[in-house]
Design a protein around this ligand. Structure first.
Ligand SMILES: [Zn+2]
Length: 171
């Protein structure tokens, strides 16, 4: 797919990530498109919804299903700023999206290649094409800025800082 178009889509996902950050959520954003049409946009809202499953990707899949009035989302493309976790990758397989494009790798929970390879292997009955590294630096920067700011505001646990370091080191 054309690079300029991919970057345009990732920028929209980045805008979503920033919205999450402004609300104090870990800044990860996603959009789902079909052709040139945006079906859904979303960002991480776990704290807001008191919902550990309210990751950007899950919210986007739910919205898109409602828009299309279909629980199968064949022919759609997911753009997400950070490599998705096992829960989100599994949800993408269930939803039958065609393609996944992500920005920064996520060494601790990334389930496309960094920690797990859930899209590889013979057992899967649905293949998702993957592209990584679109605006990777910008996507990682949003996380880095968020944690830097939060660290300045109050003391945070080492785990979050290490997460950012891992992401930045992996680029
Ligand atoms: Zn997730």
């Amino acid at each position: 797919m054309e690079q300029a178009f991919e970057e345009k889509c990732m920028k929209l996902a980045l805008q979503e990530a920033k919205k999450a950050g402004e609300k104090g959520e870990i800044p990860i954003g996603a959009i789902l498109i079909k052709g040139n049409k945006i079906l859904a946009k979303g960002h991480n809202r776990c704290i807001e919804f008191n919902d550990p499953t309210a990751h950007a990707e899950i919210l986007v899949l739910r919205k898109a299903g409602a828009v299309l009035k279909n629980y199968r989302l064949n022919g759609t493309v997911m753009y997400v700023t950070v490599e998705p976790c096992p829960m989100c990758v599994s949800a993408m397989v269930h939803s039958r999206i065609s393609r996944l494009v992500f920005g920064a790798p996520e060494p601790k929970f990334g389930a496309v290649e960094s920690k797990f390879n859930l899209l590889q292997g013979e057992g899967l009955n649905h293949k998702i094409e993957v592209k990584k590294g679109v605006l990777a630096k910008e996507c990682a920067e949003v996380l880095k800025d968020f944690f830097n700011k939060r660290r300045n505001e109050r003391k945070i646990g080492r785990s979050s800082e290490n997460k950012v370091k891992r992401i930045l080191n992996a680029i």
